[in-house]
Design a protein around this ligand. Structure first.
Ligand code: URP
Ligand code: ZN
Ligand code: ZN
Length: 468
């Protein structure tokens, strides 16, 4: 199968030029002016951008969490991702207590096998680390292409580990060449605040944010950066929600440390004020770290522009508001009368590019290069996928999005592909959306029409990070 994309405006994180692109089988083979080659399919991309497919390095498909499982699996979640222009995800396998990392990886490989329509990799979440398990970390990095580990300073009794465990994992990762990803919130203090709020009768969803102040995120961000400095390992702080946490990363980077941070659309577009009244509708916005006050948003937008934050992922972890949607069990409703029982997480994998293009390029005048850097190139580099993915170059995988800046899209749960009964950005109209989406050379979306095949997405063994 070959495809010729004619006259597109090709955008990488550094380049911007009009050319034709020839795709043979799974790979970009030629880029040039007025290519005359024969092709099975010819697409006229005049007036449109041709960008590397989005890479979302923080998703949770089919994650057992909060008394249920996230509502998208590797089928529904990756179809939705592709619809919005994301052609690769890095999801999280979970080494839960008493299970080995090998078991965890096998479990997640089984969950995804034959289902995904786009390529995917895995990070490994660690919940315990006895000394004799340390060689397993090396084996994941060296032989399995699982080259990053996520640890948590939050969720006591579930994911939280102590500082010694974090340090131990960091030290080992410094030696084996992997990357450490950190969920940074002070889980112990948050737990006390949760108990106090509940005992005072503050049981509504707004209690979630009240129990997780930005200072608890700031403190943990500072701490994990200090631990990584002692261990001599790069650290990637996931889902940075507050300007206080972001400033810790900026300060570390100003000191020359390899500290990185991602933020997510929910922290750029949603605001605590919108669920401060405590009504149960606010369960739609429960994720951790929580949605902050509206005034916080502009700090994060500025940080993305200034490279104080380096990537945008979604932390896609959807749960339905109502029992029974597509046969799913009770999810957000588990927390009626007790906000601490609302499963934490928001949908977003389908709308990341829609939202970032709108908020960044259209509203704030970012270059298309910066947009591509944040949604594709930087994640690819940091997560060891570059230059196979994250760019447009001869020899790279043909994960390509033809982006139409004049194809408006109204976001809605009525039309989205995600298996969840609400969309946090309901009725927001964005100016641009994908006209065509290719995954390793195969056209998988033409506008809103899905043309892909389940199982065509493959597990990607990732390499070592590139520092950016
Ligand atoms: O609320 C969230 N973020 N749910 C997913 C789990 C995590 O901490 O990333
Ligand atoms: Zn997290
Ligand atoms: Zn997450």
């Amino acid at each position: 199968m070959s495809t010729l994309i004619k006259n597109g405006r090709i955008i990488t994180s550094e380049q911007d030029y009009v050319a034709d692109m020839y795709i043979e089988s799974e790979t970009i083979t030629t880029i040039g002016k007025d290519l005359k080659a024969q092709a099975d399919k010819i697409i006229d991309a005049s007036g449109k951008y041709v960008i590397p497919g989005g890479i979302d390095v923080h998703t949770h498909m089919d994650l057992p969490f909060g008394g249920t499982s996230s509502s998208d699996d590797f089928e529904t979640g990756t179809v939705a991702a592709a619809h919005g222009g994301t052609t690769c995800i890095v999801d999280f396998a979970v080494q839960s207590r008493g299970t080995t990392m090998r078991n965890a990886l096998d479990t997640w490989l089984r969950k995804s096998e034959g289902k995904s329509v786009i390529d995917y990799g895995f990070h490994m979440i660690l919940t315990e680390l006895p000394d004799d398990w340390l060689p397993e970390m090396d084996a994941l990095v060296k032989h399995e292409g699982v080259t990053s580990f996520k640890l948590f300073t939050a969720y006591p009794g579930v994911f939280m580990v102590d500082d010694a465990t974090i340090y131990k994992a960091m030290k080992r990762t410094a030696d084996n060449g992997g990357l450490i990803c950190m969920h940074a919130e002070n889980g112990g203090v948050i737990d006390l605040l949760v108990k106090r709020l509940l005992s005072e009768g503050k049981t509504g969803p707004n209690g979630h944010a009240l129990s997780r102040p930005a200072t608890a995120e700031q403190e943990a961000t500072h701490r994990v950066i200090a631990l990584s400095e002692m261990a001599g390992v790069p650290v990637y702080v996931v889902h940075v929600s507050s300007h206080k946490a972001m400033e810790q990363i900026r300060e570390a980077r100003d000191r020359g440390l390899p500290a990185y941070g991602e933020t997510c659309p929910q922290y750029l577009f949603l605001a605590y004020e919108d669920y401060a009244d405590g009504s149960f509708d606010g369960a739609k916005y429960i994720c951790s770290p929580p949605i902050r006050e509206r005034a916080n948003q502009e700090f994060l937008w500025k940080a993305l522009k200034a490279d104080d934050l380096q990537a945008v992922s979604t932390d896609h972890c959807p749960f339905c508001m109502k029992e029974g949607f597509k046969g799913l069990p009770k999810q957000k409703e588990l927390g009626i009368g007790d906000f601490s029982k609302i499963p934490n997480g928001l949908p977003g994998v389908e709308n990341r590019l829609h939202l970032l293009y709108e908020g960044g390029v259209v509203k704030r005048g970012w270059s298309m290069n910066r947009f591509v850097q944040l949604v594709s190139t930087a994640p690819a580099k940091l997560m060891g996928l570059y230059p196979r993915k994250g760019t447009i170059a001869v020899g790279s995988d043909a994960d390509i999005v033809v982006w139409d800046s004049k194809r408006p899209h109204t976001i809605s749960a009525k039309t989205h592909f995600m298996r969840v009964d609400y969309n946090p950005y309901e009725q927001m109209t964005v100016s641009g959306s994908p006209a065509y989406v290719f995954s390793r050379g195969k056209l998988i979306f033409e506008g809103d029409k899905f043309l892909g095949k389940l199982g065509d997405g493959k597990f990607v063994r990732r390499g070592q990070y590139n520092l950016i």
